[in-house]
Design a protein around this ligand. Structure first.
Ligand SMILES: [Zn+2]
Length: 107
C-alpha cells in the first residue's frame, strides 16, 4: 500500500470499516510511515475532537488513538489466527482423505 492509498483509507479506519487484509495493510503502512501516521493523528483529532468538544467531556485523544491502533492490531492477530486454524483444518481434512484412501486401497 502506498501513501495515497493509506490516506484514502484513514476515514474508513476511523469508522472501524476496515477489516482483514485491508486493515492489516493499512496498519502496516501506518506503523512504517511517519507522514501517514501524522495524517492519521490529525484526522483523528479533528473528527473525534469536534465531537467531544460538542459533548463537553474530558478526553485524551492521543491515548485513544493508541488504543484504536492496539485494537486494530488485536483484530489483525485474530484474523491471522483464524487463517492459521483454517489451513490446519484443511490439512487435517486432506490427511483424513489420504488415510481413508490408503485404507480403502488395502481392502
Ligand atoms: Zn505513507
Amino acid at each position: 500500500m502506498d501513501c495515497k492509498d493509506a490516506e484514502k483509507k484513514i476515514p474508513y479506519f476511523l469508522r472501524d470499516e476496515l477489516d482483514g487484509n485491508r486493515l492489516e495493510e493499512f496498519v502496516e503502512h501506518i506503523e512504517n510511515c511517519s507522514e501517514c501516521r501524522e495524517e492519521l493523528s490529525i484526522q483523528f483529532l479533528v473528527s473525534e475532537g469536534l465531537e467531544r468538544l460538542e459533548g463537553g467531556s474530558n478526553f485524551n485523544l492521543q491515548r485513544e488513538l493508541l488504543t484504536k491502533m492496539e485494537s486494530a492490531q488485536r483484530r489483525i492477530n485474530i484474523h491471522r489466527t483464524l487463517w492459521y486454524v483454517l489451513i490446519c483444518l484443511e490439512a487435517a481434512v486432506v490427511s483424513a482423505i489420504i488415510i481413508s484412501l490408503c485404507i480403502l486401497l488395502r481392502m
